[in-house]
Design a protein around this ligand. Structure first.
Ligand SMILES: [Zn+2]
Length: 419
């Protein structure tokens, strides 16, 4: 096997034999992975399904215990819980200092956007694909991560890693109870691997937009629409004015740069013949850079102030960017991507990297300067929709990629030794 340019490939005959045996074992795991995924998909973990999310966390705790990790359930606000599984390196590692073991954080989430009540339930096989709620985002990724770690454990190489696994249950709502945990656990890590869906063409994700959520309340004055329209101040007219001003903030240039403000919902008024007293807008915001985050936030507040001045209503803006931007860097300046690409090359697979406007927990770790690669789950499409599916064969391919990278990972501070 050839040498990874970034952090070392198989360094000798023994390592090559270990890698080959591990990959052979993984080649035979597809049926087991599909079955593990089916069980996870059957546990519905949508936005209103707290019990399902708790059950999934407990199920995965058992899975990681069986692999040989210490598993801890971390209780969080609102009845949520997260799983922290870890494996300290066994000192000494082949006569070396245990502190030389590379620190890795595996990130995943058990929650999906699909409640069973909406009718999208269970997993089905459709040709070369698996179709079901959360197969891509990201139960397939949970299966890939566990299987890759199991493969490393079977190869006897778990003691060489300082491994942490954090599986959360609130990623789809912006990670309110897990963000601090993620930021604490990634400290000092040589690699953060996040298992959101892989992208078509076997691509991974190495850049994401900042994500913001805002709620705007417009307070006008009610009046009889026919008898005394002049006494009212329509919150709906003012909200419409605000929508147009926000649209202007996302011009073609900003959109091309990955910035946008989307008024996703608007609700107001009480009756046809009443000047609307109140109107509420919910707004999603995306930005690729810190400068764009600042521009959009300032633009939103300036637009609100302008509408107040023009119409006499009161406009209250709540919310913020809750995920920081993760700007994509050149692949040559990304040693972790280089390590994964070396492993992919040895597997005969491409590994393109893309940037996306969707946010994930990887935004947090990347923004702290920790080497991060996301999109390591199976190749999926249609997530957050009833079309959600994955390419079945990519379950094993991704597990092989990740397992190989975990075997080859070295401390970032360790000098690279050429084979
Ligand atoms: Zn996700």
């Amino acid at each position: 096997m050839s040498q990874s340019p970034a952090q070392g490939g198989a360094s000798g005959g023994d390592d090559e034999a270990i890698e080959r045996r591990m990959l052979d074992w993984l080649d035979g795991r597809e049926a087991a992975m599909v079955e593990e995924l089916r069980v996870l998909v059957d546990l519905s973990t949508g936005p209103s399904e707290l019990d399902g999310r708790r059950q999934a966390i407990h199920l995965l705790a058992k899975r990681y215990q069986a692999i040989g990790l210490r598993a801890e359930i971390l209780e969080a606000a609102g009845g949520l819980c997260h799983l922290f599984a870890s494996r300290q390196p066994a000192p000494p590692v082949d006569g070396a200092d245990a502190s030389a073991a590379p620190k890795v954080l595996i990130l995943g989430h058990v929650d999906t956007v699909h409640d069973a009540a909406n009718g999208f339930v269970g997993m089905a096989r459709v040709g070369e694909h698996l179709h079901g709620p959360g197969v891509a985002d990201m139960k397939g990724g949970l299966v890939v991560a566990a299987t890759a770690i199991q493969a490393v454990a079977r190869a006897g190489r778990l003691p060489r890693l300082d491994l942490r696994v954090l599986l959360t249950s609130d990623e789809e709502v912006g990670s309110p109870t897990s963000r601090a945990l993620i930021e604490r656990l990634c400290e000092g890590c040589d690699a953060v691997l996040d298992f959101e869906p892989g992208r078509p063409g076997f691509a991974v994700v190495t850049g994401r937009a900042a994500v913001g959520a805002f709620r705007v309340e417009v307070a006008g004055a009610a009046a009889h629409a026919g008898a005394a329209p002049g006494e009212g101040r329509s919150a709906i007219i003012a909200a419409a004015d605000l929508c147009l001003r926000l649209g202007a903030l996302t011009d073609a240039d900003a959109a091309a740069a990955g910035s946008c403000l989307n008024v996703g919902t608007i609700a107001g008024g009480t009756a046809r013949n009443v000047v609307a007293e109140r109107c509420v807008l919910e707004i999603d915001a995306r930005a690729r850079t810190a400068a764009e985050v600042t521009r959009l936030e300032a633009g939103l507040r300036a637009a609100a102030a302008a509408v107040e001045a023009a119409t006499g209503v009161r406009v209250t803006v709540r919310g913020r960017f809750h995920r920081p931007p993760w700007p994509m860097v050149d692949a040559s300046a990304d040693p972790l991507l280089g390590l994964l690409r070396g492993a992919a090359r040895d597997l005969g697979l491409p590994l393109p990297a893309i940037e996306t406007s969707g946010g994930s927990d990887a935004n947090f770790t990347a923004a702290l300067g920790i080497p991060t690669v996301d999109g390591l789950g199976p190749v999926g499409t249609g997530y957050h929709a009833p079309e959600e599916r994955i390419e079945r064969a990519s379950l094993v391919e991704r597990a092989k990629l990740v397992a190989l990278a975990l075997l080859r990972l070295r401390r970032a501070t360790e000098p690279v030794v050429s084979a």
